[in-house]
Design a protein around this ligand. Structure first.
Ligand code: AMP
Length: 542
């Protein structure tokens, strides 16, 4: 016997119509590429998303056709999110930090029909357009009078001219909620990038999941500033969850330095923000150097790579801001776990609480997880045994776009490539990427543990721990360090800093100082490049 409840599809158009009706005057504030601060509302975003949908109809785009974007976080990008997906097409966010060749490869693989870009990315488009074989329409996200005359890009139009004449009325179509809504390519440290194709259903369920109180927990009393880009896993789903909950949004555009982000947080009374650790490092440096405090921000979501415990502690003890350490992947929409204390932790002293808060957190309902040994046997949740982490759930990938790479699942579970422990309370702690783990004499050393201790040293700006081949131990850890500008630090002082913090055999055998550590397009350290660079390195005594 089936239940007798209505069965309306979960569609992205429903989110913006809800926000436009129930939170019509809630603001969306954007720092624009043009330099000014732009203000709009959910009602206006809804109206302009309908204009986008009409404009796409006029171009003759079919259901599921892809519309690429190369854009910062801003209101026009938000309108595209809703207008493109809501009308049944697929919004394909491209990472502008990729090279023009990679942009071309991805746009061709996705078969983008339209490409909308911020004017700051005009140089990429100029280098790429003639090789993008499927793109028929180029749209610059600017006013008509801001469009240069001589770009050489055929038929280039401004966004405002493109949608300006269209009606603000649009009957959003109803269709299968499992239809594709958004496409995002994984960073792909090896081989070609692979496309993850989110559905309307997965996007709405994920938005519900991340809005939960023990998840990111956002509401109509919040003002959220996503520093995490809308081209990196849909800004972790915040543009959708914000419309679902009527949250005010503040978009930082291209200005991601500590000073600009801080000023925006204060001016707009931001209560929560979200981004990768490197962004918060810039913000904390700015606060420290200028002796500043936050007046409204109470929490910040940090994920994408491991957040050093020193950063979590500094936010809490120096600035009264709770870090919500979160873990996920492009393949997971992206949120899998978020770190929030349970009732029983509230009576602990602050030092013991910190021991919990540094972990990647508990599973959000909808993202099931397990850890397994190399034979696929499930391992205990004892907080000590580490194993390969697998996940499953309704917002987790089942197959890559166009079936690239074959079936990624193992018995219905997605192998994350991360190595983790899970404690009896369900708190996940990522110890490594499986490719980064260091195997010394049959024991595993967590490169993340070593790096977290290293970056707590006041002279260290960035640190990566990599495996170096060793005749006796197979592999031994080596630390690659970028010093803070003007800071003094010797190899011996760096190694002495580990005393008492790690077992002796886990301490790196050597330290190398470099000017910079290579970062990927999403700001993560590219340890595979470092391993390549140091592949012939001889450790002392080896
Ligand atoms: P991406 O798909 O580019 O977002 O990368 C996902 C990968 O980033 C995960 O598989 C992890 O290896 C890493 N990652 C994300 N969040 C965290 C975190 N909080 N701590 C450690 N690693 C993380």
């Amino acid at each position: 016997m089936l239940g007798l409840m209505q069965d309306s599809p979960l569609l992205i158009s429903g989110l913006i119509e809800f926000a436009a009706r129930h939170h019509h005057d809630t603001e969306i504030v954007s720092r624009r590429v043009e330099g000014d601060l732009h203000r709009t509302t959910y009602a206006q975003v809804g109206a302009r998303a309908r204009q986008v949908a009409n404009a796409l109809d006029r171009l003759g785009l079919a259901f599921s056709d892809r519309v690429g974007t190369l854009a910062w976080n801003g209101y026009r990008h938000l309108e595209l999110y809703y207008g493109v997906s809501g009308s049944g097409r697929v919004v394909h966010t491209i990472n502008p930090r990729l090279s023009p060749e990679q942009v071309v490869w991805i746009a061709n693989h996705a078969e983008d029909q339209v490409l909308c870009f911020d004017m700051s990315f005009l140089p990429i488009i100029k280098a790429a357009w003639s090789k993008c074989t499927t793109v028929k329409h180029w749209i610059a996200l600017c006013d008509a009078d801001a469009l240069p005359a001589d770009t050489g890009i055929p038929g280039l139009r401004s966004y405002e001219a493109w949608i300006g004449g269209e009606s603000e009325q649009y009957a959003w179509p109803s269709f299968d909620e499992r239809s594709a809504a958004a496409l995002c390519y994984t960073s792909g440290t090896t081989g070609n990038p692979k496309g993850v194709l989110y559905s309307h259903r997965s996007t709405l369920l994920h938005a519900w999941g991340i809005a939960l109180p023990d998840s990111l927990g956002i509401s109509a009393r919040d003002c959220v500033l996503p520093v995490v880009p809308m081209f990196h896993v849909n800004a972790w789903g915040l543009p959708y969850a914000a419309a679902m909950t009527g949250t005010k949004l503040v978009f930082p555009g291209a200005a991601l330095d500590g000073k600009s982000v801080y000023e925006l947080i204060e001016a707009e009374k931001v209560t929560m923000s979200a981004g990768v650790p490197t962004v918060w490092l810039m913000l904390l440096n700015h606060l420290k150097a200028n002796d500043l405090q936050f007046s409204t921000m109470t929490r910040t979501v940090i994920g994408g790579s491991a957040c050093p415990p020193a950063m979590i502690k500094s936010f809490r003890d120096d600035y009264d801001v709770t870090v919500l350490h979160a873990w996920g992947m492009t393949e997971m929409s992206p949120v899998g776990t978020v770190c929030k204390l349970k009732l029983k932790h509230l009576e602990m002293d602050p030092a013991a609480q910190l021991g919990v808060l540094i972990k990647q957190g508990r599973s959000v309902f909808g993202a099931e997880m397990k850890i397994v040994d190399p034979d696929g046997r499930e391992l205990p949740w004892d907080g000590a045994t580490s194993g390969d982490l697998l996940v499953r759930g309704p917002w987790i990938v089942s197959s890559y776009f166009k079936g690239e790479g074959g079936d990624p699942l193992v018995d219905g579970w997605f192998p994350t490539g991360d190595v983790a422990t899970i404690d009896p309370d369900g708190f996940l702690q990522i110890t490594d990427r499986s490719k980064d783990v260091i195997k010394s004499g049959g024991e595993w050393i967590s490169s993340i543990d070593v790096e977290n201790i290293a970056v707590a040293h006041p002279a260290v700006a960035m640190a990566a721990c990599i495996a170096i081949a060793h005749p006796k131990w197979d592999e031994r850890p080596m630390l690659v360090v970028v010093k803070k500008p003007g800071a003094e630090l010797s190899r011996e002082a760096m190694l002495a800093h580990f005393e008492g913090k790690l077992a002796k055999w886990q301490v790196p055998d050597d330290v190398v100082f470099v000017e910079a550590i290579p970062l990927g397009a999403t700001g993560k350290m590219q340890k595979n490049k470092l391993r390549e660079q140091f592949k012939d390195y001889r450790l002392p005594g080896a």
